[in-house]
Design a binder for this molecule. Structure first.
Ligand SMILES: Cc1cc2nc3c(=O)[nH]c(=O)nc-3n(C[C@H](O)[C@H](O)[C@H](O)COP(=O)(O)OP(=O)(O)OC[C@H]3O[C@@H](n4cnc5c(N)ncnc54)[C@H](O)[C@@H]3O)c2cc1C
Length: 488
């Protein structure tokens, strides 16, 4: 019964584009090829939420796994640091990198039950210093990832403090991975692996708006990657560019201390600046036309403000400085390609793969399915189509984007078809499809985030879905059946 309802609701979420590109041309096919070594030596780059679940899936499948992590702890994005980079706008290629873009006050923007891995529910734990809220603060996510790593015995697979500087294909078909101690060493260790899975995250390399006049504009500029606390904005006139989740949170937070906040976004529909409801010092503007030497910021709506700071909440670039593929895999206007199903470059499949590229998604369960698929393919349990068929699928995808006038930079945006994608992967892996409660909870929370950005984390009316999720989780955590109070 559950299966049937999932399939029928999928139909309403899917788009023609999606159906065409995701559901063809690969049928599910499971087979175990003869004379092919089943277990591979696999290097995973990164021990964030993508790298950890990848390590688990590869390990479960019987592969040997080494995870390279340049930081001294796991968690990637979820390791908050008060440190910011020497170049606050993040353009200088020689700057010391701060990996995480978290700000101190950040609470997750998805209900925790939606956010967690499929078979390792992100439920509140009765342990000291844990955050039981439905939308917990960032530390709770890090604690969850640490629990996950411990419970699946992953810590011993990770080489902490080891930065991968180069990955390249050898003549024998293996990958050379060169790594070094991040802190002090210049000496690289060179090793060979059968396969490499890249899980290095994509929220570290800032993208900034290209605005005429910025080179002479005298104010300060900062990218949200380097935003931590509102204090530096006290009494300042701030222009904030962007309208995604971080922009919404940060604009409200700095409004508490700033003199004025002017939000510039593509989505502004009015021809004139509008005051943000509930705020005396926040205005919504159209996009910026230009900035001037007098400190002026001129908006397309004809308005102008004299600003002290421009805060770019304008997103990030995919960045793989270590990857050498002779130009076969490229990043072009934030399209990483060519990639079959956002994972495998056909020329190198299946020995090179990427986990975690899609955005506007629920990342943890999506990465879980991506890595399950990769693990099964590497062992020969699941097979890929021919290179020609993979290339044809990619071409069809790109052509359909072009025909729909969708810019390249949205290639990995899965806003309205992530569940079709997840379910396609699940079917390939022989795993259950996405849970109906997860889909519904996701869409409700997305709507609430839009309509009540200040309160969606603390007010909701989908308790019925919380109960359904809870019932589902009992199969992974039997103790939940005895819970006195329904965990949120
Ligand atoms: C501000 C912000 C808020 C977010 N909020 C949410 C949310 O509420 N819910 C949600 O589900 N998602 C959220 N996300 C998305 C979040 O990024 C993903 O949930 C997820 O953490 C991404 O995991 P990842 O493993 O792909 O990348 P990361 O977490 O970035 O991990 C990548 C790892 O790779 C390592 N690495 C990179 N390069 C190298 C190298 N050369 N050698 C060795 N190691 C390397 C890094 O040190 C890092 O540990 C948010 C993201 C941001 C930026």
């Amino acid at each position: 019964m559950i299966l049937r309802s999932v399939i029928s609701s999928n139909q309403s979420y899917s788009r023609t584009l999606t159906n065409m590109t995701l559901l063809s041309p690969t049928p599910s096919h499971f087979h175990m090829p003869q004379n092919s070594p089943k277990n591979k030596n696999v290097a995973v780059i990164g021990a964030g939420s993508a790298g950890l679940v990848t390590a688990r899936e590869l390990h479960r499948e019987g592969h040997s796994v080494v995870v390279f992590e340049r930081e001294n702890q796991l968690g990637g994005t979820w390791v908050y640091t008060p440190a910011t980079e020497s170049d606050p706008i993040g353009i200088d290629p020689n700057r010391e990198i701060a990996h995480s873009s978290l700000y101190l006050s950040l609470r997750v923007n998805l209900p925790r039950k939606v956010m967690g891995y499929r078979d390792y529910p992100f439920v509140a734990k009765k342990k000291p210093n844990r955050d039981p809220r439905r939308y917990p603060g960032h530390k709770e996510v890090l604690d969850y990832l640490k629990d996950f790593a411990v419970d699946f015995g992953l810590i011993g697979l990770v080489r902490f403090g080891m930065e991968v500087g180069h990955v390249g294909l050898l003549e024998n078909g293996k990958w050379k991975v060169s790594s070094k101690k991040r802190e002090n060493d210049v000496v690289f260790v060179h090793e060979e692996y059968d396969a490499v899975v890249i899980c290095n995250g994509h929220y570290t390399e800032p993208r900034t708006a290209d605005i005429p006049g910025l080179e002479v504009w005298p104010g300060k500029q900062i990218h949200s990657h380097n935003y931590r606390v509102p204090d530096p904005f006290r009494d300042q006139v701030v222009v904030l560019i962007g309208s995604a989740a971080s922009a919404t949170d940060i604009s409200r937070e700095i409004a508490e201390v700033a003199k004025e906040v002017h939000i510039s976004s593509r989505s502004a529909t009015s021809g004139v600046p509008l005051k943000l409801p509930g705020y005396d010092n926040v205005w919504q503007h159209s996009m910026i036309e230009s900035v001037g030497i007098d400190g002026g910021v001129n908006f397309r709506d004809g308005s102008k403000v004299l600003a002290d700071i421009i805060l770019h909440c304008t997103g990030y670039k995919y960045h793989f400085p270590f990857l050498e593929t002779n130009g076969i895999v490229t990043v072009d206007d934030n399209r990483v390609g060519p990639l079959y199903k956002h994972i495998f470059p056909p020329a190198f499949a299946p020995s090179l793969s990427f986990v975690g590229l899609p955005w506007k998604v629920i990342p943890f369960p999506l990465c879980e399915l991506q890595s399950k698929w990769i693990a099964g393919i590497l062992s020969g349990r699941i097979s890929l189509p021919s290179k020609e068929d993979m290339n044809a699928d990619i071409e069809a995808f790109y052509s359909s984007m072009e025909a729909s006038c969708i810019p390249k930079r949205y290639t990995h945006n899965m806003d309205d078809y992530q569940f079709d994608y997840d379910d396609w992967l699940a079917a390939e892996c022989g795993s259950p499809l996405s849970e109906e409660w997860r889909k519904q909870m996701y869409f409700i929370s997305r709507k609430n985030k839009k309509t009540q950005p200040e309160t969606y984390r603390d007010q909701w009316d989908d308790d019925d879905l919380i109960i359904q999720a809870h019932e589902d989780f009992v199969k992974y955590i039997p103790e939940l059946a005895q819970a006195q109070k329904l965990p949120r």
